[in-house]
Design a protein around this ligand. Structure first.
Ligand code: ARG
Length: 466
């Protein structure tokens, strides 16, 4: 950063009789963080300059100087040679001032018919639009990894839980495909939000539009927007698209925190269902035996800050009168941190999930505990014409015997089972096995390996599914 005093307030010096207080200058600046939108800002300036030329406000020569100058500025920034200045407040004024240094008066003509208010609204939309493409790719990479593991583990039996108590046996592939579905909705939320934000605020100027005969359709299409926004006040003041982005991110991270929690539980000695490869774990500096699931723990923890950023933006916008207010400058840090956090979490997960080591025997043993086939026994009795409520009662008594004798339902003898109902016959043992139980749930969305494979196949080929 180069804070040359003579640069201070050059953008509005005319109205002012003293320099900005040095602290206030730094306090009000945003260049420290908004410089990350430099490519979008330059793209917006190119489109605006071409439009000014098209409507004969800017000569061909000036346009050429501006375009050449912007190319130079972009290169300087990309190569780390750009001298960012706090005195020039934000990315927009830094770039414009440097352009003017490079090309003289033509640079001073660029801001005709535009304001930083429509400029920043444009930049953020362009920036988020691009970031969503990247996030979308990472979600798909993670989904791909989940599909691969789900395919490998389509037949692997584990306990399914409700209330974190063993409920019914499920296949591990089925459990993973639940994660896949959650992510599918997350991706579609980002894509909805991307579609809605793809409108061009450029031309709204400070708040009321401009007296020049600007061509907003032209700039919109130059920048790949679907159309210009319809109301200038709304264009410069609202940040609902940023809120939507953060809401989508908060839901995604909330989903990932649930996955994380399961990974943490499953890799504990008590569950011992999976092992995370060493490269995704860390040890303890004092306890030599420890291998900690840091990656899922951190992702679980980072959900807090992403949820917090959503609340920041909602609170930032609450009660703001139209149109632009400086408050809006506070949108960027939460937004950028959301982008970084989501990208990091997705990357870590997409790398880690395919490498999970599954301990099938332990999962199987755990599914055998907790009477996970009790519902299957009730369903069996219903098929033998006992009303479900009565069947529930019968099975409850059988479970009580299992608890007192320390046996699973499948380990009770036929004679023992028949003391609860004479409808129970030798074929009961087919439904009391874990395999029989999962096989029988053979319908769309059910846990049978066959259905899991169908769901995977659908996900792999269906347009919009992956
Ligand atoms: N840095 C400002 C922001 O992030 C740009 C717009 C400033 N506009 C203004 N009238 N002060 O919102």
């Amino acid at each position: 950063m180069n804070d040359k005093k003579q640069q201070t307030n050059s953008a509005w010096g005319g109205r002012f009789s003293e320099q900005t207080d040095a602290f206030v200058e730094a306090f009000t600046a945003s260049v420290q963080f908004d410089q990350r939108m430099y490519r979008q800002d330059i793209a917006g300036s190119r489109a605006h300059a071409k439009m000014l030329n098209k409507i004969d406000i800017l000569s061909d020569e000036d346009l050429q100087r501006i375009l050449d100058g912007l190319d130079k500025v972009e290169l300087e920034i990309a190569e780390g040679r750009f001298d960012w200045s706090i005195a020039r407040e934000d990315v927009h004024m830094n770039i414009e001032a440097r352009l003017t240094e490079l090309v003289g008066d033509a640079g001073k003509r660029l801001h005709t018919g535009r304001s930083r208010n429509d400029q920043v609204a444009t930049d953020i939309r362009l920036y988020l639009r691009e970031q969503i493409d990247f996030i979308d790719m990472e979600i798909k990479r993670l989904q791909q990894g989940i599909l691969d593991v789900a395919e490998r583990e389509a037949e692997t039996i584990m306990p399914g839980f409700t209330h974190l108590q063993v409920a019914q046996p499920v296949t591990f592939g089925h459990h993973l495909m639940a994660w896949y579905e959650m992510l599918k909705r997350d991706a579609s939320r980002f894509s909805d939000c991307q579609q809605r934000m793809n409108m061009s605020p450029l031309g709204a100027a400070a708040l009321a539009g401009t007296s020049y005969p600007i061509d907003r359709e032209f700039t919109a299409s130059e920048l790949g927007f679907d159309a210009p926004t319809q109301n200038s006040l709304d264009s410069v003041s609202d940040r609902d698209f940023a809120i939507e982005f953060c809401a989508s991110a908060a839901i995604l991270l909330t989903h990932m925190s649930r996955m994380s929690e399961e990974l943490v539980l499953w890799s504990s000695a008590q569950f011992d269902f999976i092992e995370l490869p060493d490269r995704f774990c860390t040890g303890s500096s004092i306890m030599p035996q420890k291998k900690n699931p840091d990656v899922p723990e951190l992702v679980r923890g980072k959900t807090g800050r992403v949820n917090g950023h959503l609340v920041s933006l909602l609170t930032l916008m609450k009660s703001q009168p139209l149109a632009y207010n400086k408050d809006n400058q506070e949108d960027k840090e939460p937004l950028f941190d959301t982008v970084d956090t989501v990208s990091g979490c997705l990357r870590a997960f997409a790398d880690m999930i395919p490498a999970i080591i599954c301990k099938q025997d332990n999962m199987y043993k755990a599914a055998k505990q907790g009477f996970s086939t009790a519902t299957d026994l009730a369903d069996y009795l219903v098929r033998k014409n006992l009303p479900f409520r009565d069947a529930h009662e019968v099975v409850g008594s059988a479970v009580a015997m299992g608890v007192s004798t320390g046996k699973d339902l499948s380990e009770l003898t036929l004679e023992q089972l028949q003391t609860f109902s004479d409808r129970i016959e030798a074929d009961v043992f087919e439904v009391l096995t874990l395999e029989g139980s999962v096989q029988s749930r053979n319908h769309i969305g059910g846990t049978a390996p066959q259905q899991v494979r169908k769901a995977i196949a659908l996900a792999r080929k269906g347009p919009g599914n992956l």
